[in-house]
Design a protein around this ligand. Structure first.
Ligand code: KIV
Ligand code: ZN
Length: 516
C-alpha cells in the first residue's frame, strides 16, 4: 500500500480522440472501448459531446448505461441546451459527470466568443450552477488556459468553484506550453485561488510541440491531481497526452513523483490495439509503451545485457503493460470456449451469443487459411466483424486481379450495390490501384483518397494484412478498415467500408468550432 496521493486518470479517447480527423467511431465501437477502459480501471471516461449529434447522444447514453465502475462524463459548452442534453444522456450512469467549458484566453474571447471577460465569468458561473442542479459531479474547463492571463484565470476559477465545480481543468488547448511554464501556472493557481482546496486541479494537454506528456507530468509535480489523456495519444491535430505514457511514467517513477494511479497497466496493450483497430490509426513501431519495438532489443550488447539481468536495459517489464501476457495461440481445432475466454482476456465481450457466433464463424474461416491465430488476429477479426454493423450499401461479391511482369495490372470486381449486382473492370498501376478504380467506376463517389496504409498484423508471410483507407468528401473524412490474408482483398474491403461509412454519415457539431 502506498501512502502517496492518487492521480485521477480521465480518458477522453471517445471525445477528444474522436476529434482526430477520420477517427469517428460508431456507438458499438465506443461501447467496446469504454468497457476496455473500465476493465483497465480508468477513473473517468469522457464518452462524448452529447449535443453534437443524435449519434453522439446515443453513444454517451449507451456508455453511461453500460459502465458501472468508472465515472462517465459528457462534454457541454456553457450553454443551457448543451448541459441539459448532457444530463439527459448521463441519466442512467452509476456515477455521471458534466464537463462544461468556456474559452478564457484574450484571443478566444475577442475573436471566437466576441464576449467581454465579465460576460465570460457570468456565463461560466451560470453554466456550472445549471450543471450542478442536474448532476452532483461537475467539471469546469477554461479553454485555451495555456494562453490565458493568470489574473483572469484566478478570478474565473474561484467563481466556478463557488458555483459548485469540483474539478477545475486547465487545458493547454493549442499545445503551446513548455513544462516549467505550465507547472508554474498550475502552482500559482492552486496557491492564489482562495477556495482551491475545494476542487481537484486537472490538466489537459495537446501535443502540438510534442510536449503533452511532459507538460502533464510537470503539472502533476506542481499539484494537479487529474490528468486528461487518450489511448495512443489520439486527439485533435497532433493529439492529446498518451494515457499509456502518463500511467507508465507515474508507475515507473513513483519514487520521484510520489503519486500513483488506479490503472491496471496490464490492460494497456490490448486497449491500445483495440483503439488502433477501430479508428484505423496505426501505432508507430517506435511509439513508447505500445509500439512494436518498445521492448525489442536489436543490438547484440543490449540483448546480452537483458539476458544477463533484465534491468540493465529495461526500466519496466513488457508484461506489466500486457506484452506476452498469456499469449495463447489458437488454431483451427480450438473450440468456442477457448475462443471466448481468450477474447475475454483481451477485454472483448459480446452482448449476445449471435455476435459471438458470427465472430467465431469468421475465426474458423481464417484458421483454415492461417495456421496459428494470434491475439492481434483476433482483435482485427473482431473489428472487421463489427465493421459489418455499418449498413452495407456496397458489398463485395467477388474480386479477380491479374498482375504479371511486363503487363498492366487489372482487376475485375463484382459488387452488390443496394441489392443489385454490378460487374466492373479496370487497369491500374498495381492490383490495388486497379481494384480501387474498378470500385470507383461503379460508386462514382466523388471522394478523394487521403490515406492508404497496410500493416502486417502478425509476423510471417501468412499474416493478415490490415488496411486503412481514408476518404474525404466536402470536408467529411472517414476511415475504412479491412483485414484479410490477401492484401488486395483487404484493400477492397477497407475501401468499401469507407464508402459505406460515407454513405450513412450524419453531420455533427464540433465543440470548439461552433462557438457560443
Ligand atoms: O483542448 C481543450 O481545451 C478541450 C476542452 C474542451 C477541454 O478539449
Ligand atoms: Zn482538447
Amino acid at each position: 500500500m502506498s501512502s502517496n496521493e492518487r492521480v485521477i486518470i480521465f480518458d477522453t479517447t471517445l471525445r477528444d480522440g474522436e476529434q482526430s480527423p477520420g477517427a469517428s467511431m460508431t456507438r458499438d465501437e465506443k461501447l467496446r472501448i469504454a468497457k476496455a477502459l473500465e476493465r483497465m480501471r480508468v477513473d473517468v471516461i469522457e464518452a462524448g459531446f452529447a449535443i453534437a449529434s443524435p449519434g453522439d447522444f446515443e453513444s454517451v447514453k449507451a456508455v453511461a448505461d453500460a459502465v458501472k465502475d468508472s465515472t462517465v462524463c459528457s462534454l457541454a459548452r456553457a450553454l443551457d441546451a448543451d448541459i441539459e442534453r448532457a444530463a439527459e444522456a448521463l441519466a442512467g450512469a452509476n456515477s455521471g459527470r458534466i464537463h462544461t467549458f468556456i474559452a478564457t484566453s484574450p484571443i478566444h474571447m475577442e475573436y471566437k466568443l466576441r464576449m467581454q471577460p465579465d460576460q465570460v465569468v457570468e456565463q461560466a458561473v451560470r453554466a456550472v450552477k445549471k450543471a450542478r442542479n442536474l448532476c452532483a459531479d461537475v467539471e469546469f474547463s477554461c479553454e485555451d488556459a495555456g494562453r490565458s492571463e493568470i489574473d483572469f484565470l484566478c478570478r474565473i476559477v474561484e467563481a466556478a468553484i463557488d458555483a459548485g465545480a469540483r474539478t477545475i481543468n486547465i487545458p493547454d488547448t493549442v499545445g503551446y506550453a513548455i513544462p516549467h511554464e505550465y507547472a508554474e501556472l498550475i502552482r500559482q493557481l492552486i496557491e492564489r485561488v482562495p477556495n482551491s482546496d475545494k476542487a481537484v486541479f486537472s490538466v489537459h494537454c495537446h501535443n502540438d510541440l510534442g510536449l503533452a506528456v511532459a507538460n502533464s507530468l510537470a503539472a502533476v509535480v506542481a499539484g494537479a491531481r487529474q490528468v486528461e489523456c487518450t489511448i495512443n495519444g489520439l486527439g485533435e491535430r497532433a493529439g492529446n497526452a498518451a494515457l499509456e505514457e502518463i500511467v507508465m511514467a507515474i508507475k515507473t517513477r513513483e519514487d520521484l513523483l510520489n503519486v500513483h494511479t488506479n490503472v491496471d497497466s496490464t490492460q494497456i496493450l490490448s486497449t491500445s490495439r483495440m483503439v488502433s483497430g477501430i479508428t484505423g490509426f496505426p501505432v508507430q513501431p517506435n511509439k513508447a509503451i505500445v509500439g512494436a519495438n518498445a521492448f525489442a532489443h536489436e543490438s547484440g550488447i543490449h540483448q546480452d545485457g537483458v539476458l544477463k539481468h533484465r534491468e540493465t536495459y529495461e526500466i519496466m517489464s513488457a508484461e506489466s503493460v500486457g506484452w506476452n501476457a498469456n499469449r495463447m495461440v489458437l488454431g483451427k481445432h480450438s473450440g468456442r470456449n477457448a475462443f471466448r475466454s481468450r477474447l475475454l482476456e483481451l477485454g472483448i465481450e459480446f452482448a449476445t451469443e449471435t455476435e459471438l457466433n458470427a465472430v467465431f464463424a469468421r475465426f474458423k474461416e481464417l484458421a483454415d487459411k492461417k495456421h496459428e491465430i494470434f491475439d492481434e488476429d483476433l482483435q482485427s477479426l473482431v473489428s472487421d466483424t463489427f465493421n459489418q454493423d455499418v449498413p452495407e450499401f456496397y458489398k463485395l461479391v467477388s474480386l479477380e486481379v491479374s498482375s504479371k511482369t511486363g503487363e498492366i495490372p487489372s482487376a475485375e470486381v463484382v459488387l452488390l450495390v443496394d441489392g443489385e449486382e454490378i460487374r466492373s473492370q479496370e487497369q491500374g498501376s498495381g492490383p490495388v490501384d486497379a481494384a480501387f478504380k474498378a470500385v470507383e467506376k461503379v460508386a462514382q463517389s466523388g471522394t478523394t483518397l487521403q490515406l492508404y496504409s497496410v500493416n502486417a498484423i502478425t509476423e510471417g508471410t501468412d499474416s493478415q494484412g490490415e488496411v486503412t483507407v481514408r476518404l474525404e468528401r466536402a470536408s467529411r473524412i472517414v476511415n475504412g478498415n479491412g483485414a484479410d490474408t490477401d492484401i488486395v482483398v483487404a484493400s477492397v474491403k477497407a475501401y468499401l467500408n469507407a464508402l459505406n461509412l460515407m454513405h450513412v454519415g450524419a453531420a455533427k457539431a464540433h465543440p470548439q468550432v461552433d462557438g457560443i
